[in-house]
Design a protein around this ligand. Structure first.
Ligand code: TRP
Length: 329
């Protein structure tokens, strides 16, 4: 059982909506690989979603269930992995309060994502919670005494802050937390349908819950080289999202496709067909698992309830150590 492993992972995603291919290739797929080796907690961090989505919270609960289905569809095995809804496990919030006392404001004001979010989302009056986002993330990780955290490049600054907070706590109150290591996922970032970054806010995503028909239609609509109009026009595969997907799914095939595209012997329509086939192949097992879980919603509820039970047991143990270290127990 997972409980006996000495390496512990906590990782998580926000629940701002359905998960897309980038979430799968960049994170979920990696977690599935890691779940045999590690005691793995896969978080659905609804409190983090509140840092930006606090006015209209009506969709959060449905999003949690969608995320859980996506996690299960991706192949997280609830026998091995605890799927944890953050707000169901009070220790995340408890530790967050305690860590917020020892985290200097200056550290938080320097975090690049704080400025980025304020600008992108036009937030004129940032909340205390938004500034504290990385402290909550540190609490998520440290409350499991996680040793490793799989993250993408965009989260490295957050993880560095987690390590600093852990060091500061250990220095002030005695050795309590391991300093968690980043397990960097070097997977090339998948572009969106329009060749920008894949992001829900751009409406350019392929979702894990899309049907085969939707996937094929989306691939057909994918951006391609505007200078390659006929098949025999020379293409520029290095800048083409179709080629990027091909490379992600089948490196050898992609290495053959690139010169053919450049030479004008491979046209965009045929290339898209190849890539759609590869994508469908990759996603078919996910669709099958998703359908199986979607047909038994009570069992999905049970998976989340069991994940929360395991998470509470683990995190209450940590909190006991924390209260003692701080001489409050
Ligand atoms: N900040 C992460 C993101 O936006 C989500 C997250 C919250 C997380 N808590 C975490 C990731 C703990 C890893 C570990 O992707």
């Amino acid at each position: 059982m997972a409980e006996s492993k000495d390496k512990v992972i906590f990782s998580a995603m926000q629940v701002t909506g359905k998960l897309h291919l980038g979430n799968y290739e960049g994170a979920l797929r990696n977690w599935v690989r890691l779940q045999d080796e590690y005691e793995l907690y896969a978080g659905i961090v609804d409190l983090h979603s509140l840092t930006t989505t606090f006015r209209d919270t009506s969709e959060l609960r449905a999003n949690i269930r969608d995320a859980a289905l996506d996690y299960l569809a991706a192949g997280l095995d609830p026998e091995k992995t605890a799927i944890v809804v953050q707000s169901w496990v009070p220790a995340h919030s408890e530790l967050h309060v305690l860590l917020s006392m020892i985290t200097p404001l200056g550290w938080l004001e320097r975090v690049p994502t704080y400025k980025e979010k304020r600008e992108q989302l036009h937030i004129a009056n940032p909340s205390y919670g938004l500034l504290g986002y990385p402290v909550l993330m540190a609490a998520d990780i440290l409350v499991y005494r996680a040793t490793d955290v799989p993250v993408g490049r965009d989260q490295v600054a957050h993880l560095e802050l987690t390590r600093e907070i852990a060091r500061r706590f250990n220095h002030l109150y005695g050795e309590t937390f391991p300093e968690p290591q980043a397990l960097l996922n070097e997977f090339a970032v998948l572009p969106g349908l329009d060749n920008r970054k894949m992001s829900k806010s751009y409406g350019n995503c392929i979702y894990l819950s899309d049907s085969e028909e939707e996937v094929r239609k989306k691939v057909r609509s994918m951006f391609t080289d505007p200078e390659k109009i006929r098949k025999n026009d020379p293409g520029h595969p290095a800048q083409c999202p179709v080629q990027a997907y091909h490379a992600a799914y089948d490196a050898e095939g992609a290495a053959e496709a690139a010169p053919a595209c450049e030479a004008g012997t491979l046209g965009c329509v045929a290339h898209k067909q190849q890539v759609a086939d590869l994508m469908v192949q990759r996603l078919t097992p996910l669709w099958e698992r998703r359908a199986a879980w979607a047909a038994k919603p009570a069992e999905v509820d049970e998976v989340l309830a069991e994940g929360a039970r395991r998470a509470r047991a683990k995190t209450e143990e940590t909190m006991e150590m924390v209260w003692r270290a701080m001489k409050l127990r």
